[in-house]
Design a protein around this ligand. Structure first.
Ligand code: ADP
Length: 602
């Protein structure tokens, strides 16, 4: 109980108890002095009575027989002990004891004083009775001789009474005073607690409010009641709390803004301390390496290059960047490690920007250049060889010359086709060639497409089937759509061994038509599946079949320009099915993503 209220109450109570004690003591002293005086006065009166009664008897005969009966009578009447002592100290009469057996009283201090002519007073234990007694002794004198002021000393009259009665009275007073003091102290304590309340209440409020603030509840305020000092303290406290709340709010909103920025970033971000322990990760970083806060970066990343970037930036205390390849996820990341000045626990911010796509596009482009060079070189080399043969004399042999020219023509056709495809793709992709949308009957379009390949199919003993019901016309760029379907049939023929079957089918769904080209050919490796629609992508196993990797890319772009989509299902060794889906809102009217004037492009 160390509260201020308790202390104030204790101090008040102690003060009042001390004051009561002093008052009580003073009261007891004065009372006991007054009681003493009263007693002395009463004893003195009794003593005077005794002297008057004893004087004639002493003059007559100072003997026990004369005086003892007197003392007994006086003692009974006065309620006190009466003793008469001869000037030589012998006891001549005593109301309570046998004078004959009493010792000589000459040396009793009160007797000594009375022998000297004064009033003797003493307080002591009675030698003969054992109680504590108050004694008053006065001289008994005879009548003075003429010319003298006082008569001869006849004896001493001594009266005594036990002090116990007085002591009992005093004790009663002491008890009353103590009880009064105790009651007052109790009242004082209650009063002190009541008085201390208003003084300590604002302080208690302050204490509670500051405890609240310490616990993070910054909205705590105190009422300004009480004394001026307390009011000022409360005002100061409230102002401080308001400032604190403002500051904390500002910090909190800044923190959430920062958090939102970091969280929204597509780049993975890590904050590391100076020992490369991860202190913060944003969701992208968590997606990359999992939960990693509190762990060492080296242990989480398990990548020498990345750890090297971090270490270099921390040691040099300047930004370090590098492109890094992450093996298990097969990702290319551009890492930026930026040391943070005064960032406290955050000594370094590491940002990992995913450049896998960029790298992939670069690789694809490189492959394309290599591929196209290869594609161009083969027919060009063929043409050069024929020209040289002709120049070497074959030109003079009309038959041979004719055959060579047919070969040159074929090679030139291949070149033209390649260049044509490249050009077409470039046009669709760049969006420069507008779509020519007309009403198209799919049955007719598909029949024409398939017919172009009949000859080739017969040569390789492949069955071409057309499975198209009578469909309502759709709006499409007939040339491009038939080119796309042609590419699918061409691929199917390329990858289907003799005696296989290729089926071109079409169905009408709610709001879309689907055209599918299925084959019983080689199928596609699942590893290649996600990439076959990319420009210039040629599956390794297919390289020998001299594709350019442009066919499916053209299909994809044509279908997209119609607002549709294309996909493939394939089982390795069993065959593939490519499906084109083109949407339309009402029969005979398909709508591209950009309305009527759909143009090709991504
Ligand atoms: P290419 O001119 O090389 O055929 P495409 O873009 O038309 O280029 O096709 C890309 C790759 O997709 C081909 O190299 C081939 O591996 C695969 N592919 C396409 N169609 C088929 C199919 N019907 N069966 C098996 N593989 C196919």
């Amino acid at each position: 109980m160390k509260t201020l209220r308790f202390r104030i109450a204790v101090v008040y109570t102690a003060l009042i108890v001390a004051a009561m004690a002093v008052l009580g003591l003073i009261l007891l002293r004065t009372e006991s002095a007054r009681f003493q005086d009263d007693l002395d006065e009463r004893l003195l009166a009794e003593a005077r009575l005794t002297t008057e009664a004893a004087a004639p008897l002493l003059r007559q005969s100072p003997s026990i027989e004369m005086l003892d009966p007197l003392t007994e009578r006086l003692g009974v009447e006065g309620g006190v002990r009466v003793t008469i002592i001869a000037p030589d100290g012998r006891v001549l009469g005593d109301s309570d004891d046998d004078p004959a057996r009493m010792e000589n009283h000459a040396n009793r201090p009160e007797v000594q004083a009375a022998l000297g002519g004064a009033v003797g007073r003493a307080r002591r234990e009675s030698g003969s009775l054992g109680d504590e007694m108050r004694y008053i002794a006065v001289p008994i004198r005879g009548s003075p001789a003429p010319g003298e002021s006082s008569g001869p000393l006849l004896g001493i009259a001594r009266v005594a009474t036990p002090t116990s009665a007085v002591d009992a009275d005093l004790r009663r007073i002491a008890i009353s005073v103590t009880i009064a003091a105790a009651l007052t102290a109790l009242g004082a304590a209650v009063l002190a607690a009541l008085i201390a309340g208003p003084v300590t209440r604002p302080l208690e409020q302050l204490r509670r409010a500051s405890a609240g603030i310490a616990a993070g509840a910054f909205g705590q305020r105190v009422e300004g009641g009480g004394t001026t000092e307390v009011r000022e303290l409360a005002d100061g406290f409230n102002e401080m709390a308001a400032r604190l709340e403002e500051t904390v709010d500002a910090l909190a909103s800044e923190h959430s803004r920062l958090e939102a920025l970091l969280a929204a970033g597509a780049d993975a971000m890590f904050a590391l301390d100076r020992h490369s322990v991860i202190r913060y990760v944003n969701p992208s970083a968590e997606a990359l390496f999992g939960r990693s806060v509190g762990r060492s970066f080296a242990e989480v990343a398990r990548n020498h290059e990345l750890t090297g970037v971090v270490r270099a930036a921390l040691t040099a205390n300047e930004p370090v960047g590098a492109a890094v390849h992450i093996e298990p996820q097969n990702l290319w990341l551009q890492a930026f490690a930026n040391p943070i000045e005064g960032g406290g626990e955050w000594a370094l911010l590491l940002i990992l920007h995913d450049i896998t796509e960029v790298r992939r596009a670069e690789t694809t482009r490189r492959d394309f250049v290599a591929n196209v060079s290869h594609e161009l070189r083969t027919p060009l080399a063929g043409i050069k060889a024929v020209v040289e043969t002709l120049r070497d004399g074959a030109i003079d042999d009309p038959e041979a010359a004719e055959a060579f020219l047919v070969r040159v023509d074929m090679e030139v056709d291949r070149l033209v086709q390649l260049v044509e495809e490249l050009l077409q793709l470039a046009r669709i992709e760049s969006g420069t060639a507008p779509m020519v949308m007309t009403e198209v009957r799919l049955s007719g379009l598909l029949a024409t497409s398939i017919d172009q390949f009949r000859h080739q199919a017969e040569r390789t003993d492949i069955t071409l089937r057309l499975d198209v019901p009578d469909l309502p016309p759709i709006r499409a760029d007939a040339d491009r759509l038939s080119h796309a379907v042609g590419n699918l049939i061409h691929n199917a023929l390329k990858f289907t061994p003799p005696s296989g079957t290729i089926t071109v089918a079409a169905t009408c769904l709610d709001g879309a038509v689907r055209i599918s080209v299925s084959d019983t050919g080689s199928g596609i490796d699942p590893a290649d599946l996600p990439r076959i629609f990319e420009r210039f992508y040629v599956a390794d196993r297919a390289r020998s079949r001299r594709g350019t990797g442009l066919g499916l890319a053209i299909v994809k772009h044509v279908v997209r320009a119609h607002g549709g989509r294309v996909w493939v299902e394939s089982t390795l060794g069993r065959g593939s099915r490519f499906t084109i889906e083109i949407p339309y809102r009402e029969p005979g009217r398909n709508v591209g993503p950009r309305g009527e004037s759909v143009t090709a492009g991504d």
